[in-house]
Design a protein around this ligand. Structure first.
Ligand code: HEC
Length: 157
């Protein structure tokens, strides 16, 4: 079976509140780990209907973006998706030296890897993080980050 034919078009309301066409997938561990959320700086909030997203990263990453430098290896970004006041899921990006080499060039998002963690810290077995990479790849010129400009505007207290 060809790769194209194995992609069953299934419609699902997916990541970040966007409805898009996905494909059938299996559980997929990546190198991205759950960060210590308490150590991250909450630099912006995105609200969409019932969903509130707190977006955060390290102070070092914010300083690097503001200085026009690459985000350091070891950096986590976290998008905490709250619904009805409770954590619904954690979307995590983490960057590591050489991590891009785990993927072929078509899929690679620099040295970033992605993961969807449930509130209990386990990964979402139904997700294929190629989807995360595919969408974030449109931000290749901004470190694969959608909220790059929010970081540049953010002022430390
Ligand atoms: C259809 C496009 C799309 C897909 C798929 C997607 N994202 Fe995003 N992501 C966004 C957008 C847009 C934002 C900015 C916040 C917002 O508007 O909700 C974002 C923000 C983020 C952020 C905060 C840093 C940043 O880029 O601003 C993280 C972390 C993140 N996504 C992780 C993930 C993970 C993990 C997955 C897969 C499980 C994923 N995303 C799938 C579009 C996407």
């Amino acid at each position: 079976m060809t790769r194209a034919r194995s992609r069953l078009p299934i419609l699902a309301a997916m990541a970040c509140g966007v409805v898009m066409v996905g494909w059938q997938v299996d559980a997929e561990p990546t190198k991205a780990t759950m960060p210590d959320i308490g150590k991250l700086v909450h630099y912006t909030t995105v609200t969409r209907g019932e969903v509130t997203e707190h977006i955060m990263t390290t102070r070092e990453a914010i300083e690097a973006v503001k200085a026009g430098k690459p985000v350091p290896n070891g950096t986590h970004f976290a998008l905490i998706d709250y619904r009805e006041g409770k954590v619904f899921r954690y979307f995590i990006m983490e960057k590591g030296a050489g991590w891009g080499e785990d993927y072929d060039k078509n899929r690679r998002t620099g040295d970033w890897q992605f993961q969807w963690f449930k509130p209990d810290g386990t990964i979402n077995a139904a997700e294929n993080t190629a989807r995360c990479q595919s969408c974030h790849s449109s931000r290749a010129d901004r470190e694969f980050l959608y909220t790059f400009n929010d970081i540049r505007r953010f002022e430390f207290e």
